[in-house]
Design a protein around this ligand. Structure first.
Ligand code: GLN
Length: 560
């Protein structure tokens, strides 16, 4: 590759329907180019008016992915970080809300000197600036892969499409490539794949002035050459650039599939890059392990949004990664905390090999979670509590071990006798909800001799946070006296970041979100060890060897 050449741009748009996996496509291409020696930055443009997804209901938007720098971002950033094993920052997720916020602040200051402020040029210029800012990093990327949220044809995404059209003109056709992800549905009654939605979607894109260079066609099965030819002809795309992105067993197979169809070669050729072949051996071995597990365990997840798996995206992925380390398939059994409250913990949890309680907000379902925790603590079932999950574990311990019957969190009740979870001092007086929690990466010092220390193998770690409440220090001594282990503290010793229980096979609570830092080829130490503990329990409980795959009925999401 020519040195000092300019940064190239890859734009990924989507057509026909949403949820086609544009984020996975953008991440997969990023991975392939990175494995061929390039510096890659991924960016996601989100066309909604929220400044960030931090204030959005997970039911609508899925998980909020928190970065090291504390920005609350779209869950696609999670895919980018996981596929590229790269930590991103604020500039990698731009929303319409941010763009308008900047422009309106400038307008109120009088910066526009009397001009009429308009979508074109002011909004489009700001979008282009945000994009080009990424190219100005000290460590300048060779390529920026920008994904435009939403579906072509949406009113909301028009300014972004106009901006990327202009970038194409300004940078020149050899410096920009447009990839359009579409759907080629199979119509069962006709026994045929249909190309018309793709044709219409490309037509819509061309009306805006963008001719895609590559089509990624999502389909249930591989597409025939004849079909690819037909799509290419109608959409003015060379047949070789009509790529079939068929359904796969695991999302981590997507890059391998795209590489087989030479997606990265097509991009390299377009940009006139001569690149070494990618070394995908690690990645292939990881995929192989996901596809051929040696055993199968069941982990219960007890939370509020169990019907919407996107709300727990990173947790699901972290289990896939941890499963690879144990060569286990982790079946996730989603249990509503409200069901537990009504039906009792044993009924729902007696079969599981481990329980995870994820983060959350609000009181609904909390009593069910506490009941579930009591059950696994007493039954010695491995447990991992994340954020609210850890707070519930502390409440449960205070109530049932320390005898403080009405122990609770100040988040839910204000006049408590035993507020064992309290508001953090620097959260007092905070009234605005957006971006005001304790957010992002903070250091934590581990206590030697704990399961957590054993898992990480180092004394100081850094993990990402998103919370307002914490263990109330007024209760520390009492809790510790009765056997709660403070496994990790903030370096100044003031915040309890991790708790454990000594006489239990594996019972860990963390105030931070380990799932956000798990990567497919580098499972997070806590998830890895939690799954190991669950595998050990599984082997013990039914005498099965790890070599045997349990073929019992698939109860819920399997992690692949
Ligand atoms: N609601 C709790 C807090 O704000 C926990 C937050 C979380 O689980 N992310 O402290």
């Amino acid at each position: 590759m020519a040195k000092n050449s300019t940064t190239k741009y890859v734009f990924v748009t989507g057509g026909v329907v949403s949820s086609l996996g544009k984020g996975i496509a953008a991440s997969s291409l990023g991975l392939l180019l990175q494995k061929r020696g390039l510096k890659v930055q991924n960016i996601k443009f989100d066309p909604y008016l929220n400044v960030d997804p931090g204030t959005m209901n997970p039911f609508q938007h899925g998980e909020v992915f928190v970065l090291d720098d504390g920005s609350e971002t779209d869950l696609d950033l999670g895919h980018y970080e996981r596929f590229l094993d790269q930590s991103l920052g604020k500039g990698n997720n731009v929303t319409t809300g941010q763009i308008y916020h900047t422009i309106i602040t400038r307008e109120r200051r009088g910066d526009y000197l009397g001009a009429t402020v308009q979508v074109i040029p002011h909004v489009t210029e700001e979008i282009k600036t945000r994009l080009r800012n990424l190219a100005r990093f000290d460590d300048r990327p060779d390529v920026i892969i920008a994904e435009i949220g939403g579906t072509v044809g949406d009113i909301e995404s028009l300014p972004f499409l106009e901006a990327i059209r202009q970038i194409g003109l300004e940078e020149g056709p050899r410096n920009v490539i447009y990839i359009h992800v579409t759907l080629v549905p199979y119509i069962r009654t006709a026994g045929e794949y249909k190309t018309k939605p793709t044709q219409h979607s490309v037509k819509e894109l061309r009306e805006i002035g963008i001719q895609p260079n590559i089509l990624l066609c999502r389909s249930a099965q591989p597409l025939s050459d004849a079909l690819r030819q037909k799509i290419g002809l109608f959409c003015s795309v060379p047949t070789t650039s009509v790529i079939a992105a068929q359904d796969v067993t695991t999302i981590y197979e997507v890059p391998l599939n795209l590489h087989e169809q030479a997606l990265d070669d097509i991009v390299a050729k377009h940009f006139d890059w001569e690149l070494p072949v990618p070394d995908l051996a690690d990645w292939e071995s990881m995929v192989q392990k996901i596809k051929s597990p040696q055993c199968r365990i069941k982990i219960g997840i007890c939370g509020k949004y169990v019907h919407l798996k996107d709300a727990y995206k990173s947790i699901i992925e972290a289990f896939v990664h941890a499963g690879v380390a144990s060569e286990a398939e982790v079946s996730l059994i989603w249990v509503s905390s409200e069901d537990i409250k009504q039906g009792g913990a044993e009924k729902f949890l007696q079969d599981i090999d481990g329980l995870l309680i994820p983060g959350g907000f609000g009181e609904r379902g909390v009593e069910g979670k506490i009941e579930a925790i009591q059950y696994v603590r007493e039954s010695k079932i491995p447990f991992l509590g994340i954020c609210l999950g850890m707070q519930c574990a502390v409440i449960e311990f205070a109530r049932n071990v320390c005898g403080m019957q009405d122990a609770h969190s100040y988040e839910f009740y204000r006049d408590l006798k035993h507020p064992v979870i309290h508001l953090m001092a620097d959260q007092e007086g905070v009234t605005e909800l957006g971006g005001t929690m304790r957010l992002g990466a903070y250091p934590c010092v581990l206590t030697e001799g704990t399961k957590s220390f054993e898992a990480y193998g180092v004394k100081e770690i850094s993990e990402r946070h998103r919370h307002r409440y914490e263990v109330n220090n007024a209760y520390r001594d009492m809790l510790v006296e009765r056997g709660l282990v403070l496994a990790g503290l903030s370096p100044d010793g003031r915040l309890v970041e991790m708790t454990e229980i000594a006489d239990h096979p594996w019972f860990v609570g963390v105030q931070f979100h380990p799932e956000l830092k798990s990567r497919p080829t580098k499972p997070h130490p806590l998830f890895r060890e939690f799954v190991r503990a669950a595998v050990r329990r599984h082997e013990r409980s039914d005498g099965k060897s790890v070599g045997e795959v349990d073929q019992s009925e698939d109860v819920s999401t399997t992690t692949r």
